[in-house]
Design a protein around this ligand. Sequence first.
Ligand SMILES: [Cu+2]
Length: 579
Amino acid sequence: MTTGSLLAADLVIAVLATAGWLGGGAASAARRRPLALGLAAFALLATLARAITITALARAGWWFAAEKVLIAAPLSLAAVAVAGPRLLRAAGDIRSVAVPLLFAGYATSGALLVTVLHGYPASAGTGLLAVAGVVAATAVSWRALGARPSRTVSRATLAVAVAALVTGTGLTAAPDGVPAAPHDHGYRDARTVDEPTRRFTLTAGTATVRVSGRDVAAWAFNAQVPGPELTAVVGDVVEVTLRNRDIERGVTLHWHGYDVPNSQDGVPGVTQAAVLPGQEFVYRFRADQAGTYWYHTHSVSDVGVRMGLYGVLVVRPGPMTGLDVTVPVHTLAGRPLPAPRTERVEAGTPVRLRLINTDSTTHRYALAGTAFRVAAIDGFDLRGPTPLVDTAVLIPAGGRYDLAFDAPATPVALFVDGRALYSTGPVSTATGAWPVLDPLSYGVASPAPWPRIDREFTLVLDRGLDLHELLPRYAHTVNGAADPDIPPQVVRLGDIVRFTIVNRSQIVHPWHLHGHHVLVLSRDGKPSAGSPLWLDSFDVRPGEVWEVAFRADNPGVWANHCHNLAHADAGMTMHLMYS
Ligand SMILES: [Cu+2]
């Protein structure tokens, strides 16, 4: 079982236990004896079963098992200790166990709420708040059921609840606000140079485009989705004039995975102002790294990219050889892009399929009919990639894989989530059961490029309640805070920086640091054993711990965020800054 499925199982059991205790309490208050005993026995078993899931999580190396042991386990044990003996003794009036059963229900719901709503980091304050809530709810039920507790018990209860509430509130006060990243660095252009220049103009505007035979409303570059494919050769200067015709919320161009100078990175409010209707902005950078990349707006990026403001950027090492096919996968108005395509290819032709995931969630790609190599990931060539057969690859949001093969005499087909998107002829192969490539053990390893680590940051990804402009929201958080309150990671030029990224939530977070490629060191404590992986987009699945490192060699203020863009908008965005 993966850590993610263990977490899900633990959550389901906790919900069942809570429902059992509360239901049993309600049934006994209504004097429905068999139902009350049945539900209580079920809740007891479920509560004890959590000992198994929590132990398994601890053994799987889940970072937060201690927290479950410290918060959920004591409350659950208290529930069992109070309700259990009463149940066994409840020969007389079943109503006498109503309050203990309800107490057990409140205790387990308290633990559940702390886990789901509060998120990381769990503190003594949250624990005390939960205790206050449990005590108060139990006292209210006690009164409501008419079995008045003695004055001493009432006063003691009140004192415990008030004390817990007061200390809890104090302890959970938000940390001191962190000053926002300074954004006063100039919007300077890259220096003007004499290198060959590739010039493009991209005009953003609302448009109607045809997808799977239907007209859909889109936001498009040059009235097409995806936007025009931009190509260059290493050494070219790429100059792109961005114009905004009528996108009211503004546009920018972010060169996803291309480590451009900071002023060209296209993050509104950080490296430039958003380009509003009628305005333009010229991007200029030298194409010094070959590979598969893409561009997209970073202004209201969740909506903007989803609506179609994206396109492909391919930088080749030299003149094109063989067949070079780009497959930028996207979902527009619920419909998949691009349209399926078939072309004849002469046997022996070298083919490079550039797979790009421009959506916010992972896609599964399977190439049938030929052996192939994964030549590059996120624009960087892999070392010693071996031929793969009947193997699928999972590409995270924003990620790119280049698959290379020599065309066989028989047809090949690329399936994306089971749908043939590109083929050289009819192929009927079921690819759903194929194993998935683990890039951490593919290709040939090489020694670590750095002998030391100068700076370390731990990023715990989670969900939790957060106040945003005084409105409460269920934010996607990093270390318990949400944008704009997440402290920046401050580094010095030349530092070797390590990020430890831990997913404490129940959902996948595709991580994306701007301006740098990170080298994967380990996942879940297991060192990366294959080709060095230099990534700009990688999925941190529930329960996973990734260690990645990079050299701080590109000064500026860089967005560092989840590339599920809805998550980024809902708090999971922060910045890397150079001091
Ligand atoms: Cu995310």
